[in-house]
Write a protein that binds this ligand. Sequence first.
Ligand SMILES: [Mg+2]
Length: 345
Amino acid sequence: MLHIDMDYFFAQIEEIRNPEYKNKIIAVCIFSGRTEDSGVISTVNYEGRNVGIKSGMPIVNAKKLAKSGIFLPADHKYYESISQTIDGLIRSNCTKVEKSSIDEWYALAEDEVETGKRIKLEILNSTNLTCTVGVAHSRLGAKMASDKAKPNGFLILGKEKERNLIDNSPVEKIIGIGPKTKDELNELGVKTVSDLRGLNQFILIEKFGKKTGAWLYNLGIGIYDSEIEERIEKGEFSRIGSLKENTREKGKILEKIVELEREAKEELKYSKKFYKTLTLIFITEDIKMHTKSRSFSKPRGEKETNLDEIKKLMSEFLDNERKEVRRVGVKFSGLVEMDGQTTLF
Ligand SMILES: [Mg+2]
């Protein structure tokens, strides 16, 4: 399994696009528009990290740390176009690809070490951007390898090294273990992944449910997920909007989601489409994006109400995340034509 992760993606793109900023502190910002400088840092280059600027930091604070820094608004359209170029390069080299965010991919290939090296070079040649590649036997291992080797790195983990790295990792560093699960595991005396090994499978299942319990048990004994979810979106309708203020209040968040859902449904109605998947998008105060989805066995149309599902997905998210929510979104995907299929459902 390969994990390909672009280095400080947005800020690096701005460095390349504006050579005059070379060796300067560059921070790409999400301006909220509430006041002139209100908003947060999205991505910062290593020069900026060295003086303490971080993703998610208020722009005002970051400016205090770097008086001569360059603070630019995010140009998502441009970043997206570069992401698509990279996506094309990866797909032409790999047998199976999952794009997990605008700047991260999981992929399978025949000779993964060779392919990883080639992709790294091809990305550099066509975009001038560096990335870091991790190669391991599982998703988790590949992601940990690239995290460890950043920036502009390449790290191959054999089975034994992969196991060691995961085993020694604090549980909260594992993707899929949120703050709530972390606390519950700590209560059971589990601090690192290797501590899971002493636990009985049935106790884990009783405490965390069948799916999570079994997953944690496997994690402890060194069985890791190596599935790739091939995602080629065949169109979707989505709406994202900012909350009036950052909050964790369910009522306020729900109100906004319902409003956005209504807007997305208008498009659905207009284009005569049904959808199979409903996704809620949450962007937290540190501007990390989180999603929660529900897929339906029968496609749904604009008339079906999703209030119960929305409430459930929202609770699932808030129970496992302590940060305040800044923006929310609704996405309908897995679209199918309404015409001629109406009799099926
Ligand atoms: Mg990255």
